[in-house]
Design a protein around this ligand. Structure first.
Ligand SMILES: NC(=O)C1=CN([C@@H]2O[C@H](COP(=O)(O)OP(=O)(O)OC[C@H]3O[C@@H](n4cnc5c(N)ncnc54)[C@H](OP(=O)(O)O)[C@@H]3O)[C@@H](O)[C@H]2O)C=CC1
Ligand SMILES: [Cu+2]
Length: 339
């Protein structure tokens, strides 16, 4: 049976073909979005819910039953529930025995729990075949069709038949399954959605340290030194001209750090005589956050442009103000002496 749904349009199914029924536990955001997508792709969908009567906003065409009733309808159950609420599944172990449970859950933090959510689920329902999938796809993207950049669905599980069936569903939804191996890979897969932010951390800390260091260096050179040796007060420079010196230096340093790891990696590969070996972790991480480093560098370059444009305006205003005071003094003297 080969059917693919790239667009959000139902494909006409061969009437002799029996629609595969998929069960979804949980009628939240994700459950609803995935259910709608599956209906559009020709599956029949049964939802499991705590209050089958009260649920609203469900895609039309889907059936809603209690959790245990819904589980009986299908061999594949997608668990669209947060991990914290999994414990009630232990009461359903009998119904869930031998079924494929798809864990799609994510956590809020990396290493929030000692074991991955999928392994936890497998532990709660030992008789079921747990497969991890869909966790990197957002409910919003499923609905809006904004999946172009992220059609990849990472799948892992211990039972290869179960995994194949889930991968078939993924394919039929117009997404690309990526087999990641056994359920042990779930821990890694659950990290993906959380990994956007850590890539920014290093560039931010680095640029903060650079800025602070350069600021003190410039203050010592341009303010404290002239004050001590020439008794000149240069403190006004701390507002604009010193920052405007720091920004381009930081931007150029960060830009250099964008290109440096590539060079180091190339040297390392030449030295090792192969490109098929893993880089050390620090280099790996450094290579991965090049984009973020580059964007922060761009930010600093932009600030430099802004400040550079501001300086002539400031001089002009000061000149205008100076002129104004001179005219006022003249006027005052004129009035004073002529009266
Ligand atoms: N939203 C997203 O974009 C994505 C979500 N996910 C994952 O999908 C799962 C569900 O997320 P989402 O749909 O956003 O969450 P919601 O809070 O919108 O929905 C969770 C559903 O879980 C069911 N549920 C069962 N038991 C309980 C309980 N004790 N307390 C509260 N709810 C319960 C409820 O359904 P009912 O009332 O019918 O029983 C509820 O609607 C999560 O594990 C999340 O990590 C993964 C990728 C993306
Ligand atoms: Cu410049």
């Amino acid at each position: 049976m080969e059917k693919t749904c790239i667009d959000a349009l139902p494909l006409t199914m061969n009437s002799s073909e029996k629609q595969e029924t998929v069960c979804i536990f949980g009628t939240g955001d994700f459950g609803r979005s995935l259910g709608l997508k599956m209906l559009q792709c020709g599956y029949s969908v049964v939802f499991g819910s705590r209050n089958p009567q009260k649920t609203t906003l469900l895609p039309s065409g889907a059936e809603v039953l209690s959790y245990s009733e819904a589980a009986k309808k299908s061999g594949i159950i997608i668990i669209a529930i947060h991990r914290e609420h999994y414990d009630f599944l232990t009461e359903l172990t009998e119904v869930l025995n031998g079924k494929i449970l798809v864990d799609i859950s994510n956590n809020l933090k990396i290493n929030q729990y000692p074991e991955s959510n999928a392994e936890y689920l497998a532990h709660l329902v030992p008789g079921a075949h747990v497969v991890k999938a869909f966790n990197t796809i957002s409910a919003w993207a499923l609905q809006s069709g904004a999946l172009d950049a992220s059609r990849q669905v990472f799948v892992c599980g211990n039972d290869s038949k179960a995994k194949q069936r889930v991968m078939d569903i993924v394919r039929n939804l117009g997404l690309t399954p990526m087999d990641q191996g056994s359920l042990m890979a779930a821990k890694e897969i659950e990290k993906y959605p959380l990994q956007l932010f850590p890539m920014w951390r290093f560039p931010f800390y680095l640029s903060a340290v650079l800025c602070v260091f350069l600021f003190f260096y410039c203050v010592i050179r341009d303010v404290i030194y002239p004050y001590v040796y020439e008794k000149k007060d240069n403190t006004f420079r701390m507002a604009i001209s010193i920052p405007n010196r720091i920004f381009p230096i930081t931007a150029l340093t960060l830009l250099a750090l964008v290109y440096l790891p590539g060079v180091i990696a190339a040297i390392l590969q030449l030295y090792r005589g192969t490109k098929y070996r893993r880089f050390p972790d620090w280099l790996d991480h450094w290579m991965l956050c090049r984009k973020q480093l580059g964007l922060v560098a761009l930010g600093f370059a932009f600030l430099h442009v802004l400040y550079t444009l501001v300086i002539p305006i400031r001089y002009y205003v000061r000149w205008r103000l100076g002129n104004l005071t001179v005219t006022q003094v003249n006027l005052f003297l004129y009035i004073f002496f002529c009266s």
